[in-house]
Design a protein around this ligand. Structure first.
Ligand code: NAP
Ligand code: 12T
Length: 351
């Protein structure tokens, strides 16, 4: 038997919330790796990370880190990607980038394998992993689009703090303790680390994720709007988004209103399409109070859908509740799926 080819892999941001999960899934799916390089900033250099029966030593990421690397996963923020992704590509690596740095670049495929796996064929060295809130929404919308067409999407999100990194999770723990001890809550990260003002997330809801743009929408809302059109290949699809952070650790939930193109679809038709959708699990039965929640979806790879209702006024309108683990399908698992697809379809550079 011919031995399966092994690939050299680098994980940039390996000590972070997303990077740790990427390493976990590479191990879990027995990804055909030869060398694994774990990279971070100078702060974490020297730390050790377990991978299978090995202990990997974290190194500071630099352009030279990518010599001999076949696949580089980036999740260390947009500025690190802007600086180091071109260096990795120059050295022959194919990059799967988890930041927003290249997502809307026309030469960069933005991929959710269940929706647009074929776009990978056109890659020029960089593939972008979409925003977490967008990924789970398009996985659920794709089977509805295929069956009935889509003519409008309006989404409100209920997002977990883990999307904003390990420090944001620690902030929620700290503020919860402060509140329960009757102390004043201190806020330094949320709603957006780079913005001027910070507010407590514990026992609160913040209608700001990422920074504001000039049109009054936040960057997170604009990511959902623009990325949905690109991934689904419907450039004129009307999409509106309101993104809200909740004091939840894991999984984003979304209340989504859609209008179908075709008339006549029933709730049973939409449920049936979702039931047959790739990576979708239907959890919808009001009689038994069955619906997905952030806790029930945590650590799972699928997208969960419930509360499917027909709009009472609009003939083609439906309401859905979509929940998924934001660090799993929303980030790490989707990137590992992309890597598996690159291997399967021979889209990596041989050396
Ligand atoms: P995190 O927990 O804060 O981890 C950040 C990681 O980046 C750490 O490993 C950190 O290393 C590393 N890092 C920071 N500055 C660096 C530098 N100058 N050079 C090299 N490495 C550096 O954040 P996270 O939640 O894992 O998210 C990381 C990024 O992934 C985000 O900024 C975002 O762009 C992206 N992301 C995408 C999605 C999505 O929707 N698909 C979801 C979440 C995050 P140290 O340990 O040395 O600090
Ligand atoms: N600011 O990948 O704060 O563009 O939850 C994902 C999540 C950016 C991204 C968050 C963010 C991204 C967040």
């Amino acid at each position: 038997m011919v031995k399966e080819k092994q690939w050299n892999v680098a994980v940039v941001g390996a000590t972070g919330a997303v990077g740790q999960k990427i390493i976990q899934y590479l191990e879990e799916v027995d990804f055909p790796v030869d060398e694994v390089k774990v990279l971070s900033s100078a702060r974490s250099a020297g730390k050790k990370i377990k991978f299978k029966d090995k202990e990997l030593v974290v190194e500071e990421a630099s352009p030279e880190s990518f010599s001999g690397i076949n696949i580089a996963f980036f999740s260390a923020g947009g500025s690190v990607s802007k600086q180091l992704v071109p260096e990795a590509v120059k050295r022959g690596a194919v990059v799967i980038d988890n930041t927003s740095a290249f997502r809307m670049d026309e030469t960069v495929p933005l991929v959710v394998p269940e929706v647009n796996e074929k776009d990978l064929e056109n890659h020029k060295g960089v593939i972008a992993n979409p925003n977490c809130s967008t990924i789970q929404m398009v996985v659920a919308l794709q089977p509805i689009k295929e069956a009935f067409g889509l003519s409008r999407v309006i989404v409100s999100t209920y997002q977990a703090v883990s999307g904003a990194g390990l420090e944001a999770q620690e902030e929620l723990v700290q503020q919860t303790k402060q509140y329960l001890n009757g102390e004043e809550m201190t806020a330094a990260i949320l709603p957006a680390g780079s913005d001027k003002r910070h507010f407590p997330i514990a026992f609160n809801a913040l209608p700001q994720i990422d920074v504001f743009e000039d049109n009054g929408y936040t960057a997170e809302e604009m990511k959902m709007i623009n990325e949905t059109k690109k991934i689904m290949h419907i450039s004129n699809l009307p999409v509106a988004a309101t993104c809200v952070r909740l004091p939840v650790f894991t999984s984003h939930a979304e209340s989504v209103y859609i209008e179908t193109e075709k008339t006549g679809a029933t709730v049973a038709d939409v449920s049936n399409a979702l039931q047959n959708g790739q990576s979708v699990i239907l959890e919808d039965d009001p009689k038994t109070q069955t619906y997905p929640t952030p806790l029930s979806a945590a650590n799972k790879k699928e997208v969960f859908v419930g509360r499917i209702r027909k709009d009472l006024d609009h003939e083609k309108g439906f309401h859905l509740w979509i929940v998924s683990d934001n660090l799993v399908k929303g980030a790490a698992w989707n990137t590992v799926q992309i890597a598996q697809s690159l291997v399967k379809n021979q889209l990596l550079n041989e050396r």
